[in-house]
Structures are given as C-alpha cells and as structure tokens.
Design a protein around this ligand. Structure first.
Ligand SMILES: C[S@@+](CC[C@H](N)C(=O)[O-])C[C@H]1O[C@@H](n2cnc3c(N)ncnc32)[C@H](O)[C@@H]1O
Length: 220
C-alpha cells in the first residue's frame, strides 16, 4: 500500500488522496488496530438531521458501509417498522455492529451482511439507501461501479442519502475531498436527480468540530 493511501494516527497527508481513493486494506487494518477515526460511538449528526426530515421513512433501508452500526441503531430506534440491511466489507466492523444492534434489541429488524460493495447484489429492492462516509473512499473507477450498484438496488423513485467529506475540509487525515460539482456530476451520471445538497459535518475522532462534508439527497 502506498503511504499516501493510509489513514492512521501517524498518517501522512491523507488529504492528498485523489483519484486513486483509499486503499481497501486500510479499512481492515483500521478496525483490527482500533484506529478507525470514524468510530465515534454515536450516530452521525447528519444522519439524525436526515432522520428528522423523514428521509428514512421509505423502507427497506440499505445501510452501505455500516461500520459499527450506530447509524442503523439510531434510525431503527426512531422508525419502529423500518427493516434495515447493514453491509460492510470488514467482518470486525459487522461483529461490533451486531453487538450494538443486539444491545438496542433491534435484531428482528436490522440484519447484516459482510460484502464488498463494489460487487454487491441485493436480494430485494430498497426504498432508501444510506451512504455515510463511503462514496468518498473510492477511486474514480470504483466510484462508477459502486454508484451503478446503488442505482440497481434502489426502487425507481427511491432515495439515496450521501454524507461525504467536502473540499471545504482542508485539515489533513481522512479520505478524498469532493467538490459540489464533482459529487453532483457523479450522481447525475449514475442516473440520480439531486433533490438537495448542503454543507454539513462528518464527525471523526481526529477532526475537531467534525470534518466539513456534504449532505446530499438524490432520487433514482
Ligand atoms: C468512513 S467509514 C463509515 C462507517 C459508517 N457509515 C459511519 O458513518 O460510522 C466507511 C466504512 O465503509 C466500509 N467500506 C469501505 N470500502 C468498502 C467496500 N468496498 N465495501 C464495503 N464496505 C466498505 C469500511 O469498512 C467502513 O466501515
């Protein structure tokens, strides 16, 4: 792995990550070494904003790159009838997420799958997908493959929520930064209509006050 692709406590300038994205092994290493800076033990505030706006009312929900499950737990707690499939490539992340969901007594409605989202096939169509901090990790090429998958798994008229680092975040560490134009054009190319895009924060353990990010709602 190139040094530029690392996210770590001693990390080199991860903010320089560009079209090559974050090397996939980084995620496995981060969980194994307990250095995942996105694990904050609470749901992302931008997810709670989306929840308060009713953006997760149409199920089932697919939580892409669910990490340790705090977003899924918060959404399932607030939406009593919603079924959620939470997917992550890293088995350790899913193991931790299962514990979070079990502690919240939500195992009947929140299910898990360990899978690489660049090659994910859904067993049913989804009304909504959540991507909290995933799209911004992919290379230009993987982004296309990934967004094609997101389009495929959504019902026509379904909603995709994206929360991604923005170019307003100039501090080091973290994934690549997306401009508003880059994000909108990637989503439009994948067949989405942008319903709204606004500045938000993505909380990490290393960006005080949260990293500058975009909260985007797109319709298939
Ligand atoms: C920045 S973290 C966000 C985690 C969670 N959504 C949150 O907001 O707390 C990105 C997550 O995506 C997962 N991930 C990265 N690449 C992936 C891939 N190709 N397939 C599945 N999951 C992936 C990582 O393991 C990690 O848990």
């Amino acid at each position: 792995m190139s040094k530029e692709n690392r996210i770590s406590k001693t990390g080199p300038p991860a903010h320089l990550i560009g079209a090559e994205g974050v090397a996939h092994q980084v995620f496995h290493d981060a969980y194994r070494e307990s250095k995942a800076s996105w694990v904050t033990a609470r749901p992302q505030p931008a997810v709670m904003t989306a929840l308060s706006r009713g953006w997760f009312d149409d199920g089932p929900l697919l939580d892409l790159g669910c990490g340790t499950g705090e977003n899924a737990a918060a959404i399932a707690t607030a939406r009593k009838k919603l079924r959620i499939l939470a997917v992550d490539a890293v088995p350790q992340a899913v193991e931790q997420a299962r514990l979070v969901i079990a502690a919240a007594s939500l195992t009947d409605r929140v299910h898990f799958e360990v899978a690489d989202l660049r090659d994910f096939k859904a067993m049913e169509p989804f009304g909504t997908v959540l991507d909290a901090g995933v799209l911004h990790v992919f290379s230009d090429q993987d982004r296309i493959t990934y967004l094609e998958m997101v389009t495929r798994v959504l019902r026509p008229g379904g909603t995709a929520i994206f929360i991604e680092f923005s170019d307003a975040e100039t501090r080091p560490r973290g994934p690549r930064r997306l401009t508003r134009g880059e994000l909108c054009s990637a989503l439009s190319l994948a067949g989405f209509t942008i319903d709204s895009i606004e500045p938000t924060r993505y909380e990490t353990t290393v960006h005080s006050g949260g990293a500058a990010a975009w909260l985007t709602r797109a319709i298939r």
